[in-house]
Write a protein that binds this ligand. Structure first.
Ligand code: TYC
Ligand code: MN
Length: 323
């Protein structure tokens, strides 16, 4: 296949293919090369599953990026199987597009993977089990699914031999980060969370019902996830997520992790986008009140994806806080 391509294209193909072999360094093109940066894609066996992660930077300070629902955020936007030869990812030429997506920063942590300071930080972005490339298994949502993700996340970083980590958790990933910090206080040094909530209200339930049917999502939100998962898995998993998160509404105070917040010991920065249509302000205020010593930073124009829309501002906030 590469033989049919011109010299430049063939070089690019070889580069991309070598990049997709787990554990192999990907020389980065473009501005990131100025940091001598590379991104590796790999899997580690943790708690009986093969967890996929991206890794970049070689700084002392380990930082784990935790994606939200459907977890595609850490992952390359690419199909589980190649549409041409049906080889499973990450081995087939059809996945070129996916790596281009990473290189052009189209993943949901693209600007963090690309631009967080590689000399200060070693950045890992993971796919929780059942999400992204951490499949099989299929994703399920037992009532302890956030607890399970928190343990998986910490055990992944221990497997990778990090002595301590800081957490950057978005949305569901923020909930996972809170639980990890509460349960493993000596392992988590600092934490930045945004778009997270510690409990579920009637108002949240209405919002959840609004996103349950993925065919009603905007094309832009739907496309990358559909490409990654295929329509059926994507649609089914979104419905299962809604059922999963609604379990908490029937618990006392709708609690996801309310009781754990006082156990958090690490310095915590809560960022809230004041135009977030998914997570109302009272959730950020609640976290701020109950996580001891936490800081609340408001971004007036920020929505749910504030780390993408205002990536430079977000990265600077996070870097300054972590140092
Ligand atoms: N927590 C979801 C995520 O991980 C996003 C979300 C938040 C959806 C609140 C609906 O009411 C909601 N991306
Ligand atoms: Mn293929």
């Amino acid at each position: 296949m590469a033989a049919t391509l011109g010299g430049r294209a063939a070089r690019r193909l070889r580069l991309l293919l070598s990049a997709l072999k787990p554990g192999i360094q990907v020389p980065r093109a473009g501005p990131a090369a100025a940091f001598g940066s590379s991104v590796t894609s790999a899997k580690a066996e943790v708690n009986g599953v093969h967890l996929h992660y991206l890794r970049t930077g070689d700084g002392e300070h380990a930082v784990l990026l935790l994606p939200g629902m459907l977890g595609a955020r850490a992952s390359l936007a690419c199909p589980a199987r190649c549409p041409l030869c049906s080889a499973p990812s990450p081995r087939c030429p059809g996945l070129i597009g996916s790596l281009s997506a990473l290189l052009s920063g189209e993943t949901d942590f693209g600007p963090q993977i690309e631009k967080l300071n590689k000399k200060l930080f070693t950045v890992v972005a993971w796919d929780p089990r059942g999400y992204g490339h951490s499949r099989p298994p299929d994703r399920d949502f037992p009532v302890d699914f956030f607890e399970r993700d928190a343990k998986d996340a910490v055990d992944l970083m221990k497997t990778l031999k990090f002595k301590q980590v800081s957490l950057l958790g978005w949305s569901d990933g923020g909930i996972t980060a809170l639980i990890a910090a509460a349960r493993y206080p000596s392992y988590v040094s600092k934490m930045v969370i945004w778009g997270a909530n510690a409990y579920v209200t009637e108002q949240d339930t209405e919002i959840y019902q609004g996103i349950r049917d993925v065919s009603k999502w905007s094309e832009r939100a739907r496309k990358p996830l559909e490409a990654l998962y295929g329509f059926d898995y994507f649609a089914r998993t979104c419905e299962k997520w809604v059922d999963g998160i609604e379990q908490f509404k029937h618990l006392p105070d709708g609690s996801i992790c309310r009781d754990l917040l006082p156990l958090v010991q690490c310095p915590t920065l809560i960022i809230h986008g004041e135009k977030d249509p998914l997570v109302p302000r009272f959730h950020a205020d609640f976290l701020h009140r109950h996580v001891r010593g936490s800081r609340l930073h408001l971004m007036p124009e920020g929505k749910h994806n504030l780390h993408l829309r205002f990536a430079d501002e977000f990265n600077k906030l996070a870097e300054d806080f972590l140092q």
